[in-house]
Design a protein around this ligand. Structure first.
Ligand code: IDP
Ligand code: MG
Length: 139
C-alpha cells in the first residue's frame, strides 16, 4: 500500500489548524499510520528540503520550517501521494482552488500550511527522515 509524508507547517500549527487538516485527509479514506509533533532542527530541515538547496528561497524556507513545532504524519492508502497532492492544492495559495487545504488555509507561497511528498519514491525517503520503522503502524 502506498504511503506519503505530510507535514503540518508552522503557519497552520500557529493557527490551531492541525486537527482540521488531518481530519480532511482522513476523510479521503486514507489511514493515519504515523503521527508526531516535533520541532525540526536545521539539519533535518536542510535534508528534507535538499532538492531546493540552490533555489533563492531555500534559506528562508529552512528558517521558516524550523520556526515552530510541526506535526509529521504518514498516511497510507491507494494512490496516497496523488490523492493528498490534489487535496493540498497548488503550492501558491493564491493559485490553489477553494476547497483545497492551501486554497482555504494557506497564507503565502512559503507559508502554505502543508507539505506532501510529490512521488512514491520521494515519500519513502522523506518518511525515513522523520520516522524510524517502529513508529509506523500497521493496523
Ligand atoms: P510543494 O510544497 O508544492 O511541493 P515545492 O516547489 O516543492 O512545492 O516547494 C517546497 C516549499 O518551498 C513550498 O511548499 C513552499 O513552502 C516553499 N516555496 C516554494 N516556492 C517558493 C517561492 O517561490 N518563494 C518562497 N517559498 C517557496
Ligand atoms: Mg515539493
Amino acid at each position: 500500500m502506498e504511503r506519503t509524508l505530510v507535514l503540518i507547517k508552522p503557519d497552520a500549527m500557529q493557527r490551531n489548524l492541525a486537527g482540521a487538516i488531518i481530519s480532511r485527509l482522513e476523510k479521503l479514506g486514507l489511514k493515519l499510520v504515523a503521527l508526531k509533533m516535533l520541532h525540526p532542527d536545521k539539519a533535518l530541515a536542510q535534508r528534507h528540503y535538499a532538492v531546493h538547496k540552490d533555489k533563492p528561497f531555500y534559506n528562508d524556507l529552512v528558517n521558516y520550517i524550523t520556526s515552530s513545532p510541526i506535526a509529521a504524519c504518514v498516511f497510507e492508502g491507494k494512490e496516497a501521494v496523488e490523492t493528498i497532492r490534489k487535496a493540498m492544492g497548488a503550492t501558491d495559495p493564491a493559485k490553489a482552488e477553494k476547497g483545497t487545504i492551501r486554497g482555504d488555509f494557506g497564507l503565502s507561497i512559503e507559508k502554505n500550511s502543508v507539505h506532501g511528498s510529490d512521488s512514491p519514491a520521494n515519500a519513502e525517503v522523506e518518511i525515513k527522515l522523520f520516522f524510524p520503522p517502529d513508529e509506523l503502524f500497521g493496523y
